[in-house]
Design a protein around this ligand. Structure first.
Ligand SMILES: Nc1ncnc2c1ncn2[C@@H]1O[C@H](COP(=O)(O)OP(=O)(O)OP(=O)(O)O)[C@@H](O)[C@H]1O
Ligand SMILES: [Mg+2]
Length: 260
């Protein structure tokens, strides 16, 4: 994979990204995603995200969201196409338990930063700031395992903030969240956005975050089928792409989606 530095205002640029896997099970054989013995998990995706933008990448189960995230972060190589990122990328996984390694939030949030070879004092300062920014300052020395799901997700964000990442990707941040949890995630997203970070949210739960997004990209069966602003997305037949339309009543507006 070619990963190069994008120009100043571009945080992420994908050009003709495809990811394919050899077909090895019968279940796939009827799919339109099969070509020449390969299943196209991602098919010719191109877009550029501006620095400091908040983008919602929406799509049904299996549409390719997580794979796209791994490719943007450099964890997976695309089968073809190029990826450019202007800064380091931090990932917040769907399952926060998988991302927590430390005994306490303070120890956990320090892991990544410590691996950057920074001084002890610098790491300590960054961790203090990151836990403050994510609302976990008063839980710094709690047992990390005792944190709620929402707190664990915020701890994952604290860890990437302490590393100094500029691009943060949330994979399904609303999974298993109650109402206060959703509100907390959205407050954090707004803060990161206000601080100039580039934020990418991967979800099929449009009702929870469409109002936060500058831009909405919809994936369906590995292809980009929509790219525009939130109002434009809501004017489309999202159900045809396997996504629940967040506005059931035509009189409702984007501003009515108040999970914030
Ligand atoms: N290593 C792999 N080998 C074969 N197929 C794969 C592999 N990784 C992903 N896929 C397939 O690629 C498609 C996209 O997967 P991906 O996990 O990106 O979807 P998603 O949009 O994140 O779905 P979900 O909402 O369920 O998390 C799926 O059909 C998946 O089965
Ligand atoms: Mg996924």
């Amino acid at each position: 994979m070619m990963t190069t530095i994008a120009s100043k205002n571009e945080a992420v640029t994908l050009v003709n990204i495809s990811k394919r896997f050899p077909v090895n099970n019968e279940e796939h054989t009827q799919s339109e995603r099969i070509r020449d013995g390969y299943f196209y998990a991602l098919n010719d995706i191109s877009f550029t995200l501006e620095s400091g933008s908040c983008t919602l990448i929406a799509g049904a189960n299996g549409s390719g969201k997580s794979l796209l995230m791994s490719i943007i972060a450099g964890l997976e190589a695309p089968s073809s196409g190029t990826v450019k990122t202007a800064a380091t990328v931090g990932l917040v996984f769907q399952e926060p338990d998988a991302q927590i390694l430390g005994e306490t939030p303070a120890e956990d949030a320090a892991f990544g930063a410590r691996n950057l070879g920074l001084s002890k004092d610098e790491v300590k300062m960054r961790v203090k700031d990151a836990l403050g920014d994510t609302g976990l300052a008063d839980r710094a020395d709690f047992p990390a395992r005792s944190l709620s799901g929402g707190e664990k997700r915020r701890l994952a964000v604290a860890g990437v903030l302490a590393m100094g990442v500029e691009i943060i990707i949330f994979d399904e941040p609303y999974a298993n969240m109650d109402y206060p949890g959703v509100v907390q995630v959205n407050r954090l997203v707004k803060k990161l956005h206000a601080d100039g970070k580039t934020v990418i949210i991967l979800t099929h739960e449009l009702e929870k975050c469409t109002a936060l997004a500058d831009r909405v990209i919809v994936l369906c069966e590995g292809k980009k089928v929509f790219d525009g602003d939130a109002s434009g997305a809501l004017s489309r037949d999202l159900e045809a792409w396997g996504i629940h339309h967040p506005l059931r009543n035509p009189a409702q507006k984007l501003e009515d989606l108040l999970w914030q």
